[in-house]
Design a protein around this ligand. Structure first.
Ligand SMILES: Cc1cc2nc3c(=O)[nH]c(=O)nc-3n(C[C@H](O)[C@H](O)[C@H](O)COP(=O)(O)OP(=O)(O)OC[C@H]3O[C@@H](n4cnc5c(N)ncnc54)[C@H](O)[C@@H]3O)c2cc1C
Length: 560
């Protein structure tokens, strides 16, 4: 039996990636370090606005985790839940659509935070966020798309909408995002002869009475002046109310017609973190100063997901908790690794403490604001220091060189306005199965809904139980519909009895479609109640559908 101790790190952002790196360096060789992440690369989030601006190619801003972490076992996958009683994680292997269980002796939770825009009607549907590489790339494509369309349209109202850009939230990422978008637009305008500079409107919306709360007021005022000089309007004390396909509405009644709203607000815990049942405060996991989760000897949390208390002497200055920044996350990761290894080898643990050396915000047009070792900097010099600082922080020599080359090219050559669209697979598509192929089996991810076009399938639920459900499905029949009602995992299996074809619709699209089309929703509720015995109904249908079923006759005995 494998007696190796296993430390598993969940998430490979600043906190998780650096924690895994330090753990590998510090832990005895017979301790296995495993890192699980949804993508196989590390993204330096502070560079995302640069990717959106087109200063850096998306692929050059990231580093492969396997290159950064020699000696660490990497697993690509999405963690769905943690079983604290049995010290194991439930991880979804998206390719095989199966769940695997990953055991651990110590678990480091570093999933960062998510963006939740649902408090503002329409914002989740219409806003561009700035959390991932795909987000930055999407925003860049959208800005270029607006310029392309505005250059050729004869509809003046449409053109005005296309050339109006709104950024919600004026913290670091909002200010940097608006500056980056303006850089992209200003650097591209020469290719769009029918767009005058004066036609561009950019608005930065902020609920508070100042921008950049992370920096001293004087630098925030400098930034606001610079933004105004660049044609970016700053609306302070303004609350966003709703967003729609063609406009955003403020709480004070002002409506801005726009095709592009970028949102850098709405930080919220990941669903996974919310469901763990761990102590939470302000959407973060409350931990001890050592980063251990109270009541769990072997569970640790770090980075944006963790609320880490700072030592008492710092608390007078209102720095009660470690800030959710990359700077903190990197230092937390080192301390956490020492503590996890300390626990393994019986060494005393240390409380986390760190005083940030400085803060930077790039505001576009080769300018930045910064506080470095207590010194306030602004303008082009601050921007140069900002670039050097981030270059030094970037992990991986190859990534440093690539980013540097990107910056140099951007300095000497015209910015490219190429839109590389990678069309995603059709959400509704035909799939072929050969005789004997398995479409899915129990515990697979409920990935979507299937309609049989040709051929036949064997559907079984509860194989091996006294009364299994068993049915042969042919053209016109369908299966997988129970995903509509919240069942994430398959309970039955479907196998092709001959060479067959189905029309497949992905789960989320199918759910949205049925939710917006009541007849379809009613049809599936009724179908499930009539065709499956009650113990096979999805949890959300039980009870609520009993009356309906009673009114409409008994559920049919399953056809064999
Ligand atoms: C646009 C922008 C600009 C910023 N600028 C600065 C700056 O200038 N200076 C600064 O100090 N900070 C900055 N920050 C903040 C900084 O990036 C974050 O504080 C830092 O990334 C937090 O690190 P983390 O590891 O806790 O989380 P993250 O970096 O968010 O990493 C979390 C990782 O966990 C993975 N994950 C999540 N859930 C799961 C799951 N269920 N299964 C598997 N993997 C999962 C995610 O894919 C991700 O890789 C900026 C942030 C943004 C968005």
């Amino acid at each position: 039996m494998d007696q190796k101790k296993r430390v598993v790190v969940l998430g490979a952002g600043f906190a998780g990636m650096f924690a895994a790196r330090h753990l590998r360096k510090l832990a005895p060789r017979d301790v296995e370090i495993e890192l699980i992440n949804e993508v196989n690369y590390f993204i330096f989030q502070p560079l995302l606005p640069e990717v959106a601006a087109g200063n850096i190619n998306a692929a050059d801003a990231v580093s492969p985790l396997r290159l950064l972490l020699p000696g660490v076992k990497f697993r690509l996958g999405s963690v769905r839940s943690v079983d604290f009683a049995h010290n194991r994680l439930q991880v979804m292997d998206d390719t095989a659509r199966t769940l695997v269980y990953v055991p651990f002796d110590h678990l480091v939770l570093a999933p960062g935070q998510a963006a939740d825009l649902s408090r503002f009607p329409g914002l989740s549907e219409h806003a561009y966020t700035m959390k991932t590489l795909a987000d930055a790339y999407r925003l860049r494509n959208q800005v270029i798309n607006c310029l392309e369309k505005a250059d050729v349209t004869d509809d003046s109202e449409y053109k005005r909408r296309l050339l109006t850009f709104v950024v919600v939230g004026a913290g670091f990422s909002g200010v940097e995002t608006s500056g980056a978008m303006k850089d992209l637009i200003d650097g591209s305008l020469k290719f769009y002869p029918r767009i005058a500079r004066s036609e561009i409107r950019m608005i930065l919306v902020e609920y508070a009475d100042r921008i950049l709360p992370e920096l001293p007021e004087e630098l925030a005022r400098y930034t606001a002046r610079e933004l105004t000089a660049r044609g970016i309007e700053t609306w302070l004390k303004t609350a966003l109310k709703t967003a729609s396909a063609h406009a955003v509405e403020m709480a004070d009644g002002r409506v801005v017609e726009t095709e592009t709203v970028a949102a850098t607000i709405g930080t919220a815990p990941h669903k996974l973190v919310r469901d763990l049942g761990l102590p939470m405060q302000w959407g973060r996991i409350k931990v001890e100063p050592t980063m251990r989760v109270p009541g769990h000897e072997n569970i640790w949390a770090v980075g944006d997901a963790a609320l880490i208390p700072l030592p008492k002497r710092r608390q007078d200055k209102e720095e009660r908790f470690a800030a959710p920044t990359a700077q903190f996350a990197v230092r937390e990761a080192a301390c956490l690794a020492r503590n996890v290894v300390g626990t393994l080898i019986g060494r005393p643990l240390e409380a986390f403490d760190y005083k940030p050396k400085g803060s930077f915000a790039s505001i576009g047009c080769h300018k930045a604001v910064a506080v470095l070792l207590g010194v306030r900097l602004s303008g082009t010099f601050a921007w140069l220091v900002w670039r050097m600082f981030y270059l030094a922080m970037l992990p991986g020599f190859a990534t440093k060189v690539r980013v540097l080359i990107n910056w140099m090219l951007d300095h000497f050559f015209t910015r490219t306005t190429v839109q590389i669209q990678v069309p995603s697979r059709d959400s509704a598509r035909y799939l072929r199965f050969r005789k004997g192929d398995q479409v899915f089996k129990p515990n697979n991810l409920a990935d979507g809904f299937y309609t049989v076009i040709s051929g036949s399938f064997d559907a079984t639920i509860g194989a091996g139980t006294p009364v299994p459900y068993h049915r042969v499905l042919g053209p016109g029949d369908h299966f997988g519909e129970r995903v509509l009602f919240g069942d994430d995992l398959r309970t039955g299996s479907v196998d092709a009895l001959e060479d067959s074809e189905v029309l497949f619709i992905e789960r989320d699209d199918f759910r949205r479609f049925a939710a917006g089309f009541k007849i379809l929703d009613d049809y599936f509720r009724d179908y499930i109640v009539r065709n499956f015995p009650e113990h096979m109904w999805p949890e959300s249908l039980r009870g609520t559908e009993k009356k309906a079923a009673a009114g409409g006759g008994q559920p049919k005995a399953p056809r064999m």
